[in-house]
Design a protein around this ligand. Sequence first.
Ligand code: SAM
Length: 243
Amino acid sequence: THFGYQQVPWREKQQKVAGVFRSVAARYDVMNDLISMGSHRVLKRMTIELAGVRPGQRVLDLAGGTGDLAIKFSRLVGDTGEVVLADINDAMLAVGRDRLIDAGCGHNTRVAQVNGECLPFADNSFDCVTIAFGLRNITDKDAALRSMLRVLKPGGRLLVLEFSKPVNPLLGKAYDTYSFAVWPRLGKLVVNDSESYQYLAESIRMHPDQDTLKAMMDEAGYGRTEYFNMIGGIVALHRGFKL
Ligand code: SAM
């Protein structure tokens, strides 16, 4: 592939991902709107609804980037709750931290630079963990799933919003063609970086499909796992509980 994605060793993938998000951080939000044609906003709203977060709860938004979900959770958990916006990338977090402050969310949010494969938080300390369009970028997904389970309180839930496999093969083919044809060009135009968006299209191709990810969550120890297809399976929302 363009990046030799399938062959790159472990650490090299992490560095590649770091480079991608450092390069796009400043204009990440506008690119997100462009390449998803605004649909990521609706998908995130649905994620919030399924999270069922209540006032006073603690929420971890892992790979939270520029803080879309964290801002919404901050309003839901109120003064007695807490939201942690966590990401491995300092450039993405810097944008996220500024957005949280500008949105008036500074009082109940914290920002943490972490690797999702080995979270530095206490066992049983979050009511809800979310990871939106982030799992795909993590090298050791099984380790990340186990780490997220460890920090969840019993009864707590994980929500994974991620690109998945379109249910209709024709839609799948069309989407694949569209993403490889259009995204790198948009990337070139808006952030002068076509490679990052070529990576995005390739990483979607490589990501486990709905049932594989559900099986990985079962294997990691989550209970009552299920998924909801969105936009015909282009994106899926997986949910699992710590029982
Ligand atoms: N959740 C945000 C959203 O939906 O807009 C940002 C998603 S962005 C596509 C993916 C994020 O995953 C990037 O900010 C990247 O830095 C982060 N990431 C990649 N590998 C990570 C890791 N090992 N641990 C934590 N975050 C990671």
